[in-house]
Design a binder for this molecule. Structure first.
Ligand code: MHO
Length: 173
C-alpha cells in the first residue's frame, strides 16, 4: 500500500484492478532503479519512495540522514499475465551490485541497502530461490547481502524524485 501525504502525485490504485500486483525493491539510489523498471513490458507503474523504516511520512532529507531506517526503494505495479515476478527479480539483480553492504557505489548508508520487500509467501519463496540461484551461479565473487523482508508501509517520495532521470534528460536536451 503506497502512502501519499499532502498533494503528492497520482499512482495506480491496485484496488481498481485486481489483476495487477505490487512488487517492492531497494537497490541503491532510486532514480536509476525506477528508470530500469519503467522500461520493462508489463510494468504499469513505478513510484520512488521510502520503506523499511520506523517513522511516518519521512522526507528525503530525513532518509538521507540515515536515522529513519528507511531504504530508497521503488514500488512497482505489474501485470503478471505479461511479466513474471521472476523476471522482475532478474531486473532487480542486474540493476545493482547485491554484494555491497549498505552502499551502492558512491552512495553510502543503510538507505542504499539492497532489499526485496515481499508482499506474499509466493514472492518470498521466489525471491529466496532467485537469491540462492545467483549465489550458486558463481557469477559474483562475494556473498549476496540482499535482505528479503516483509513489505510494510511505502512512502511516496517528493514529486521531484519521480521520473527524475527523464526530467534530467529533458532539461539537458
Ligand atoms: N549521490 C546521489 C544520491 C541521490 S539518490 C536520490 C546524489 O545526491 O546525486 O539518493
Amino acid at each position: 500500500m503506497i502512502m501519499n501525504s499532502g498533494s503528492k502525485g497520482d499512482s495506480v490504485d491496485l484496488r481498481q484492478d485486481p489483476t495487477l500486483k505490487p512488487a517492492t525493491f531497494a537497490a541503491g539510489c532510486f532514480w536509476g532503479v525506477e528508470q530500469a523498471f519503467r522500461d520493462v513490458r508489463g510494468v504499469v507503474d513505478v513510484v520512488s519512495g521510502y520503506t523499511g523504516g520506523h517513522v511516518s511520512d519521512p522526507t528525503y532529507e530525513m532518509v538521507c540522514s540515515g536515522t529513519t531506517g528507511h531504504a530508497e526503494a521503488v514500488s512497482v505495479t505489474y501485470n503478471p499475465a505479461i511479466v513474471s515476478y521472476e523476471s522482475l527479480l532478474d531486473v532487480f539483480w542486474s540493476t545493482h551490485d547485491p554484494t555491497q553492504l549498505n552502499r551502492q557505489g558512491p552512495d553510502v548508508g543503510t538507505q542504499y541497502r539492497s532489499a526485496i520487500f515481499v508482499h506474499d509467501e509466493g514472492q518470498r519463496s521466489s525471491a529466496e530461490a532467485s537469491k540462492h540461484e545467483l549465489e550458486r551461479s558463481g557469477r559474483l565473487s562475494s556473498p549476496v547481502v540482499t535482505e528479503i523482508v516483509t513489505a510494510g508501509p511505502f512512502w511516496r517520495a517528493e514529486e521531484y524524485h519521480q521520473r527524475f532521470l527523464d526530467k534530467c534528460h529533458r532539461r539537458n536536451a
